[in-house]
Ligand binder design. Structure first.
Ligand SMILES: C[S@@+](CC[C@H](N)C(=O)[O-])C[C@H]1O[C@@H](n2cnc3c(N)ncnc32)[C@H](O)[C@@H]1O
Length: 377
């Protein structure tokens, strides 16, 4: 069976590597998604275990199309009847990229019509549409002439982690945080510091990775639990096996610092909710004077520094230069991976404070562009 996993644009290779590692299959990258072959059990494993993936879809149909009539034809895939129970409701979400003389709502309507008609022609049953709380959700994507129809096996995106009870106003997506750890080539066992930890996303994701915790096991209402193609025995057997693979919480060489006492309280609350109290060292501190707050160098620094006037940053160049100089002084020899919205200023500040940029990649988070930069001393 063919599936695709979605991600933030710019992190496709990270997701492909994770899919290949977890499932032992090749994964092919596309814009904000990766395609691969696996079984339903492989798909369930990804929903339970993946840390860089947002959603996993079963590929229902794909084809080159010229307009809405052809979209309807491709969407009327014979397999639809096997995917929905007659009493279940469904919804179609649609995305459109490129120049077309119709909207994404037109695509959703055309696909919805095709699903209703093809189901009725085989079963005699007219399926119910529920756009607010459907039992089964499809995603239709049209990119220029390439049309893809997927069945959502995840439900709400996996970046909604179970531990996030306290939200930071500039909080980082946990799937991006995990990807940054992979870009930094951080290995469990290596020491890690986030000097701008906010609500703790990066240190908590690091601890989850180090202890082989499967975040999706704690996700409520994964869509696949409602889908008739997934057997309950298979899912519960897999859950049990994965639970058995998780390591017991223990203190790890992972630290988070933030200047805001409120942020540290929130990070501690999230850490506790993650079931990882005491695994990560979280403390109040100033990243511009790190040598006063950390007692030893860290192998890797991974962080999401503040950006914009809204976060009180009136002179970003001077703030970043002080922060990067302080990191070098307090943690000689470490490498640094960070996410920035103003890569030009950040790169200049890095170079002027003695760092060498060794990698840079653009990502797109919704409508916001960001850049993940890696530097060495
Ligand atoms: C973009 S937020 C980090 C959000 C975090 N990654 C999360 O997911 O919650 C930047 C953080 O830097 C902190 N900060 C600002 N100036 C600081 C300083 N001089 N030293 C340490 N932390 C600082 C802010 O309090 C804020 O929590």
């Amino acid at each position: 069976m063919r599936f695709f996993a979605t991600t933030v644009t710019g992190l496709e290779d990270i997701v492909a590597t994770e899919v290949s590692r977890l499932l032992g299959v090749d994964a092919v990258t596309d814009v904000s998604k990766v395609f691969f072959e696996t079984t339903l059990e492989g798909c369930a494993l990804l929903n339970y275990s993946a840390k860089s993936v947002n959603k996993v879809y079963l590929l229902v149909a794909r084809g080159e199309v010229g307009g809405l009539a052809e979209i309807e034809e491709v969407a009327a895939a014979p397999v639809i009847v096997e995917l929905i129970d007659r009493y279940q409701s469904f919804a179609v979400r649609a995305e459109r990229h490129g120049v077309h003389d119709f909207t994404s709502l037109d695509i959703a309507a055309a696909v919805g019509k095709a699903i209703i008609e093809s189901y009725r022609s085989v079963t005699g049953v007219r399926l119910r549409v529920d756009l607010n709380n459907p039992d089964v959700e499809f995603l239709a994507i049209l990119r220029d002439g390439d049309f893809i129809l997927g069945l959502n096996t995840t439900g709400l995106s996996l970046h909604h982690r179970y531990y996030r009870v306290r939200h930071h106003r500039a909080g980082l997506s946990p799937t991006v945080a995990h990807s940054m750890l992979m870009i930094a080539s951080w290995q469990p066992g290596e020491s890690l510091l986030d000097p701008f930890c906010g609500s703790g996303t990066i240190p908590i994701e690091a601890a989850i990775h180090a202890l082989n915790i499967h975040p999706g096991l704690r996700m409520e209402n994964l869509a696949m639990t409602k889908l008739r193609i997934f057997s309950h025995e298979m899912l519960s057997g897999l859950r049990e096996r994965l639970m058995g693979e998780e390591e017991a919480p223990r203190p790890l060489d992972i630290a988070g610092i933030d200047a805001s006492p409120r942020a540290i309280v929130d990070a501690e609350t999230n850490l506790e909710k993650a079931g990882l109290k005491g695994c990560v060292d979280l403390s109040i501190g100033d990243a511009l004077n790190l040598e006063k707050f950390i007692k030893k160098p860290y192998t890797k620094i991974v962080c999401n520094p503040p950006f914009g006037v809204r976060m009180g940053l009136r002179d970003p160049y001077s703030f970043y230069t002080k922060a990067f100089s302080s990191m070098r002084k307090a943690s000689p020899g470490s490498s640094l991976t960070l996410i920035a919205s103003k890569p030009v200023v950040v790169t200049r500040a890095l170079e002027d404070s003695g760092w060498t940029v060794i990698g840079e990649r653009r990502i797109i988070l919704g409508s916001i562009a960001g850049c993940i930069i890696t530097a060495e001393q």
